[in-house]
Design a protein around this ligand. Sequence first.
Ligand SMILES: [Zn+2]
Ligand SMILES: [Zn+2]
Length: 154
Amino acid sequence: MAKYRDSGLKLTPQRLAILEHLEGNKDHPSAEDIYKAVSRKFPTMSLATVYNTLATLKQRGLVRELTVDPFKMRFDPETGPHHHFICMDCLKIIDIHTRFKISLPETERAGAQIFGNHVEFYGRCSKCKKRKMKSFTFRKKGERRGKWQRQRNS
Ligand SMILES: [Zn+2]
Ligand SMILES: [Zn+2]
Protein backbone atom coordinates (compact mmCIF):
# COMPACT_ATOMS: atom_id res chain seq x y z
CA MET A 1 0.00 0.00 0.00
CA ALA A 2 2.98 2.28 0.66
CA LYS A 3 3.82 2.58 -3.03
CA TYR A 4 0.32 3.93 -3.68
CA ARG A 5 0.64 6.51 -0.86
CA ASP A 6 4.09 7.56 -2.04
CA SER A 7 2.83 8.12 -5.55
CA GLY A 8 0.83 11.10 -4.32
CA LEU A 9 -2.41 9.45 -5.34
CA LYS A 10 -5.44 10.93 -3.59
CA LEU A 11 -6.78 8.03 -1.56
CA THR A 12 -10.54 8.25 -1.24
CA PRO A 13 -12.21 5.37 0.66
CA GLN A 14 -13.44 3.92 -2.64
CA ARG A 15 -10.01 4.13 -4.26
CA LEU A 16 -8.49 2.56 -1.16
CA ALA A 17 -10.93 -0.35 -1.40
CA ILE A 18 -9.95 -0.91 -5.04
CA LEU A 19 -6.24 -0.77 -4.14
CA GLU A 20 -6.73 -3.18 -1.26
CA HIS A 21 -8.44 -5.59 -3.59
CA LEU A 22 -5.63 -5.28 -6.14
CA GLU A 23 -2.66 -5.53 -3.79
CA GLY A 24 -0.99 -8.93 -4.08
CA ASN A 25 -3.86 -10.11 -6.31
CA LYS A 26 -2.56 -12.84 -8.63
CA ASP A 27 -5.87 -13.34 -10.49
CA HIS A 28 -5.26 -10.60 -13.06
CA PRO A 29 -8.85 -9.37 -12.58
CA SER A 30 -10.89 -7.45 -15.14
CA ALA A 31 -12.53 -4.12 -14.23
CA GLU A 32 -15.82 -6.00 -13.86
CA ASP A 33 -14.22 -8.54 -11.48
CA ILE A 34 -12.86 -5.72 -9.33
CA TYR A 35 -16.21 -3.95 -9.40
CA LYS A 36 -18.05 -7.13 -8.34
CA ALA A 37 -15.67 -7.79 -5.45
CA VAL A 38 -15.41 -4.21 -4.16
CA SER A 39 -19.09 -3.26 -4.51
CA ARG A 40 -19.91 -5.97 -1.98
CA LYS A 41 -18.23 -3.75 0.62
CA PHE A 42 -19.11 -0.47 -1.11
CA PRO A 43 -22.61 -0.79 -2.56
CA THR A 44 -22.39 2.82 -3.80
CA MET A 45 -19.32 2.02 -5.91
CA SER A 46 -19.88 2.44 -9.63
CA LEU A 47 -18.16 0.64 -12.47
CA ALA A 48 -17.09 4.09 -13.73
CA THR A 49 -15.16 4.71 -10.50
CA VAL A 50 -13.35 1.40 -11.01
CA TYR A 51 -12.50 2.34 -14.60
CA ASN A 52 -11.33 5.83 -13.60
CA THR A 53 -9.20 4.51 -10.75
CA LEU A 54 -7.62 1.89 -13.02
CA ALA A 55 -6.87 4.55 -15.63
CA THR A 56 -5.19 6.76 -12.99
CA LEU A 57 -3.19 3.81 -11.64
CA LYS A 58 -2.12 2.84 -15.13
CA GLN A 59 -1.01 6.39 -15.86
CA ARG A 60 1.17 6.34 -12.76
CA GLY A 61 2.59 2.95 -13.60
CA LEU A 62 1.03 1.33 -10.53
CA VAL A 63 -0.97 -1.20 -12.47
CA ARG A 64 -0.32 -2.96 -15.75
CA GLU A 65 -3.01 -3.42 -18.37
CA LEU A 66 -2.93 -6.86 -19.99
CA THR A 67 -4.27 -7.66 -23.43
CA VAL A 68 -3.64 -11.41 -23.08
CA ASP A 69 -7.33 -12.23 -22.60
CA PRO A 70 -9.09 -11.92 -25.99
CA PHE A 71 -12.41 -11.08 -24.33
CA LYS A 72 -11.56 -8.34 -21.86
CA MET A 73 -8.82 -6.13 -20.52
CA ARG A 74 -7.19 -7.61 -17.41
CA PHE A 75 -5.19 -5.77 -14.76
CA ASP A 76 -2.00 -6.71 -12.96
CA PRO A 77 -0.78 -4.96 -9.79
CA GLU A 78 2.59 -6.61 -10.32
CA THR A 79 4.32 -4.11 -12.58
CA GLY A 80 7.81 -5.64 -12.60
CA PRO A 81 8.92 -7.46 -15.76
CA HIS A 82 7.27 -10.86 -16.11
CA HIS A 83 5.40 -12.93 -18.67
CA HIS A 84 2.00 -14.64 -18.77
CA PHE A 85 0.40 -17.96 -19.56
CA ILE A 86 -3.34 -17.90 -20.28
CA CYS A 87 -5.58 -20.97 -20.19
CA MET A 88 -7.87 -20.83 -23.21
CA ASP A 89 -10.54 -22.83 -21.33
CA CYS A 90 -10.90 -21.05 -17.98
CA LEU A 91 -9.07 -17.82 -18.96
CA LYS A 92 -6.90 -18.05 -15.87
CA ILE A 93 -3.71 -16.02 -16.27
CA ILE A 94 -0.59 -17.37 -14.59
CA ASP A 95 2.55 -15.30 -13.95
CA ILE A 96 5.74 -16.56 -15.55
CA HIS A 97 8.88 -15.24 -13.89
CA THR A 98 11.41 -16.97 -16.11
CA ARG A 99 13.81 -14.56 -17.76
CA PHE A 100 13.93 -15.34 -21.45
CA LYS A 101 16.84 -14.23 -23.53
CA ILE A 102 15.16 -12.67 -26.53
CA SER A 103 16.30 -9.67 -28.45
CA LEU A 104 15.36 -7.93 -31.66
CA PRO A 105 17.72 -8.46 -34.56
CA GLU A 106 19.81 -5.39 -35.27
CA THR A 107 18.06 -4.84 -38.62
CA GLU A 108 14.62 -4.65 -36.98
CA ARG A 109 15.80 -2.54 -34.11
CA ALA A 110 17.23 0.05 -36.54
CA GLY A 111 18.38 2.62 -34.01
CA ALA A 112 15.28 2.27 -31.84
CA GLN A 113 15.30 1.89 -28.08
CA ILE A 114 13.70 -1.23 -26.59
CA PHE A 115 12.29 -0.92 -23.06
CA GLY A 116 11.25 -4.50 -22.51
CA ASN A 117 9.24 -7.41 -23.82
CA HIS A 118 6.26 -9.53 -22.86
CA VAL A 119 5.82 -13.17 -23.81
CA GLU A 120 2.31 -14.64 -23.97
CA PHE A 121 1.87 -18.38 -23.66
CA TYR A 122 -1.53 -19.81 -24.40
CA GLY A 123 -2.81 -23.32 -23.90
CA ARG A 124 -4.70 -25.32 -21.29
CA CYS A 125 -3.91 -25.20 -17.56
CA SER A 126 -3.29 -28.42 -15.63
CA LYS A 127 -6.76 -28.33 -14.02
CA CYS A 128 -8.58 -27.91 -17.34
CA LYS A 129 -6.38 -30.53 -18.97
CA LYS A 130 -7.28 -33.01 -16.22
CA ARG A 131 -10.97 -32.17 -16.58
CA LYS A 132 -10.81 -32.69 -20.35
CA MET A 133 -9.09 -36.07 -19.92
CA LYS A 134 -11.71 -37.16 -17.37
CA SER A 135 -14.67 -36.28 -19.58
CA PHE A 136 -12.94 -38.07 -22.42
CA THR A 137 -12.45 -41.36 -20.54
CA PHE A 138 -16.00 -41.09 -19.14
CA ARG A 139 -17.40 -40.77 -22.65
CA LYS A 140 -15.35 -43.75 -23.79
CA LYS A 141 -16.62 -45.88 -20.89
CA GLY A 142 -20.19 -44.80 -21.66
CA GLU A 143 -19.80 -45.86 -25.26
CA ARG A 144 -18.54 -49.26 -24.28
CA ARG A 145 -21.39 -49.72 -21.83
CA GLY A 146 -23.84 -48.73 -24.54
CA LYS A 147 -22.52 -51.38 -26.88
CA TRP A 148 -22.54 -53.98 -24.15
CA GLN A 149 -26.21 -53.24 -23.34
CA ARG A 150 -27.19 -53.44 -26.96
CA GLN A 151 -25.59 -56.85 -27.24
CA ARG A 152 -27.48 -58.05 -24.17
CA ASN A 153 -30.80 -56.70 -25.39
CA SER A 154 -30.62 -58.35 -28.76
ZN1 LIG B 1 -7.83 -23.64 -17.18
ZN1 LIG C 1 1.10 -10.96 -14.05
